[in-house]
Design a protein around this ligand. Structure first.
Ligand code: FAD
Ligand code: NAP
Ligand code: SF4
Length: 675
């Protein structure tokens, strides 16, 4: 069979060892690294990905000492006592033919811990703790701790280590004058500032010998003012190679940068250009990263010689079999990461275990298990939105005889609306994945079919799962029935019906998305790398330090006002790691945000409302779009509940409040796993 991805799947000879292909599973903190009792789960998680064919994996970050903790009592490898638990991980990975490196991550001033240290005592905007400036001796001690950590990783059976030198962590903090004000041999000139990572890599190489992988994650784009210049990045890259690194990985953006770097609104492969630039400067392999989520994108990057390997992190949460499916030329079966961050990074930042919106088994491999049924049943699933799709596939996979109904002409439910929002185009991929998965699981799909009580009872199903979703909440004010008042579905599906001046009632996730669509219409920077760079200020000429320049957003397509009744900040409930992007994107397009509004009426002039102090206001507009939340669609449930057939409710039809696709898919999975 001819491979569709010959470059991606070609082995990579590192001299002393060969990687089976060019894929790297990038480091992700899952929350399983922090406690010894969770290591069997961590081992199962990595083993599943090794079995799925990944070339090389990197663990979440482990601090080389307590000062380097991400959070108190977080993951650390500094004592021989901590080695044993890691053997479970390395043994499990090697048993599946995989290779794995341990990431050494010193958080520096990003540490959420009172013990945190940095080059200087300058607080970061993302941690409440002011770091202590390390003494000169302290720097030497820290280098020893890195070396010790690498030696312990070698004892623990790892194939190598990755030294985290980017994303604004400890090493990055030494590199730039913004955070390094030292006057000793670790500050001042660039030679002094870059000595820390060079000494770390040199020391590690000396301690571990020739046959051990050392990946160095080099901050190629800081994306902050006063970041490194390109010349400095190149100087460091060359010095890191000379110090004994095996591979250079790409780091993009400090965590405090105001440029999105991994959200779904970032175009695929948006930062490969900088890896390509670095590849010309060094002779060891380089890895491209960030928003590479399909084998096609990965193959193109390698084929174009932009990089020697590609790093994908979240795509392996979404689908552990990504590589095997690509190798079998079954890319259409890959469960693609949609870059939402809702179940991975948002969980990490709220101290929850990571998982994946589209794959609830991720990081729960030993707990969320799909077991074949011993008593196959005939099951009807009504509603092919995320909840129903997830339930139908798991039921089918377990051996039940499943019929899935939807009154619409295509599967996907509200994802068919979501996928039209600029920056959410990836939602198409989930629908494509389920279209294939339904066939693989033997589910009988009945589209354009409104399931009714009579049809379901007549067919004699053993069990009925209702995933009929939600209906939009209607506005109950004077003028709500006027033709210039549209629901969000109509506004998204037919933006040509929306006028030039718009008021949006409701500033939840959907209100923000509708605003995004209406101001971005015709220009989706999520699909166009040049537009993205201009919109957000990424300076590809690198004439500015940190490759960061003034954002220059494309003018808004419409004049939009977003309103809510609450007096809290608009967008407060949006995703922890993506909410700021939505807010910033709308601010850049001059969207007006109004809180504390009491809606009065809609008329020819526009939307009338009152402020908290009773003052009457008018937003002159052509169209009012209603995004005022939703109610469960329980019509069928109410009519079916007394008919003697076991009925289950999942997703929006179970509970409309706080509904998102993460909950819908998980509920579908959990119900189907136990029927
Ligand atoms: P639905 O998706 O509403 O599916 C219900 C299905 O049931 C529909 O296809 C309907 O046709 C069918 N149906 C109803 N009654 C019958 C019947 N009697 N017979 C046959 N079929 C029937 N969520 C996120 O997590 N992240 C996001 O970024 C996100 N963005 C969004 C953006 C927009 C613009 C919108 C509108 C939604 C977004 N959501 C997002 C929400 C997400 O889409 C929903 O939470 C999810 O779709 C709910 O899934 P569900 O299966 O419960 O219901
Ligand atoms: P939502 O987040 O609950 O927001 C509903 C909005 O309507 C709120 O701003 C609310 O604010 C307002 N509202 C509620 N009742 C109203 C009424 N009677 N009259 C006028 N305004 C009213 O719901 P949603 O925006 O419809 O989104 C639905 C679900 O999809 C959400 O739960 C969300 O998780 C998911 N989603 C997620 C994303 C994402 O990026 N993660 C994006 C889109 C959707 P006030 O009460 O203050 O007016
Ligand atoms: Fe990707 Fe979203 Fe899953 Fe995270 S939760 S891995 S971003 S699909």
């Amino acid at each position: 069979m001819t491979s569709a991805y010959p470059n991606l799947l070609a082995p990579l000879d590192l001299g002393f060892t060969t990687l089976r292909n060019r894929t790297l599973m990038g480091s992700m903190h899952t929350g399983l690294e922090d406690k010894a009792k969770d290591f069997p789960k961590l081992a199962a998680y990595f083993a599943e990905r090794a079995k799925g064919g990944v070339g090389l994996m990197v663990t979440g970050g482990f601090a080389p000492n307590r000062e380097g903790w991400l959070s108190p009592f977080g993951s650390k490898l500094s004592s021989p006592r901590e080695v044993k638990k890691h053997l479970q991980v390395t043994d499990a990975v090697h048993a599946e033919g995989g290779k794995i490196c341990l990431q050494i991550l010193h958080a520096g001033r990003y540490g959420y811990s009172p013990l945190c240290v940095s080059a200087s005592n300058i607080k970061s905007p993302i941690s409440p703790f002011k770091p202590r400036a390390l003494s000169t001796k302290g720097v030497y001690r820290t280098i020893k701790d890195y070396i010790n950590c690498a030696a312990l990783a070698q004892k623990a059976g790892y194939d190598g280590v990755e030294v985290m030198g980017s994303e604004g962590y400890f090493i990055n903090q030494f590199l730039v004058t913004k955070t390094n004000k030292r006057t000793d041999e670790w500050g001042g000139s660039y030679d002094n500032r870059m000595r820390l990572p060079v000494e770390i890599v040199k020391g590690i190489r000396q301690a571990v010998g020739k046959n051990f992988i050392i990946i160095y994650r080099l901050s190629m784009l800081d994306l902050v003012e006063q970041g490194s210049s390109w010349d400095e990045v190149v100087q460091l890259g060359k010095a890191i190679e000379a110090a004994g690194a095996t591979i250079i990985n790409t780091g993009i953006g400090w965590h405090e940068a105001r440029v999105p770097t991994i959200a779904t609104s970032v175009p695929r492969g948006a930062f490969a250009w900088v890896t390509e630039k670095m590849r010309k400067e060094v002779s060891i392999p380089v890895i491209a990263t960030n928003r590479i989520n399909t084998p096609e994108t990965a193959e193109t990057i390698i084929a174009n010689k932009e990089a020697d390997m590609v790093s994908m992190a979240r795509p392996f949460l979404a689908d552990p079999d990504f590589v095997n499916k690509a190798a079998a030329n079954k890319a259409e079966s890959i469960n693609t990461c949609i870059g939402c961050n809702q179940a991975c990074l948002d969980h990490t930042f709220s101290m929850q275990r990571s998982t994946c919106l589209v794959n609830p088994r991720a990081c729960y491999e030993t707990e969320r298990i799909i077991v074949p049924t011993t008593a196959p049943k005939r099951v009807a699933v009504v509603g092919a939105g995320p909840a129903g799709l997830s339930a139908a596939c798991v039921l089918g996979e377990r051996g039940h005889d499943v019929a899935l109904f939807d009154k619409a002409a295509e599967i996907g439910g509200q994802f068919n609306i979501a996928k039209r929002i600029p920056g959410k185009e990836e939602f198409y991929e989930t629908i494509r994945y389920y279209n294939n998965k339904l066939v693989e699981c033997g589910v009988t799909l009945k589209l354009n079919t409104l399931a009714s009580v009579d049809s379901l009872i007549e067919a004699g199903y053993d069990e009925i799962v209702l995933s009929t979703g939600v209906v939009p909440r209607e506005l109950e004010i004077e003028g709500a029935e006027r033709p210039n008042v549209l629901g969000y579905t109509e506004a998204v599906m037919h933006p040509e019906r929306v006028g030039q001046r718009v008021a949006i009632i409701g500033a939840g996730g959907i209100g923000f998305d509708v605003a995004e669509l209406l101001v971005h219409e015709g220009v989706a920077s999520s699909l166009d790398i040049n537009q993205f760079n201009t919109d957000w200020g990424v300076d590809t000429s690198y004439s500015n330090r940190g490759a960061y320049t003034q954002p220059n957003p494309h003018p808004a397509a419409r004049q939009v006002t977003l309103l809510q009744r609450k007096t809290t900040k608009l967008g407060k409930g949006l995703g922890k790691t993506t909410g700021w992007i939505h807010r910033a994107a709308l601010m850049m397009k001059n969207v007006r945000m109004v809180g504390g509004a009491e809606y009065d009426k809609v008329d020819d002039l526009g939307l009338h409302y009152k402020l908290q102090n009773g003052e009457s206001k008018l937003i002159e507009c052509d169209t009012v779009v209603v995004c005022a939340g939703q109610k469960s669609n329980r019509t069928l449930f109410n009519d079916l509940k007394d008919k003697g057939v076991p009925i289950y409710l999942i997703g929006g039809s179970q509970l409309a409040g706080e509904l998102d696709a993460k909950r819908a898919i998980l509920e579908g999975f959990e119900l189907a796993a136990r029927i």
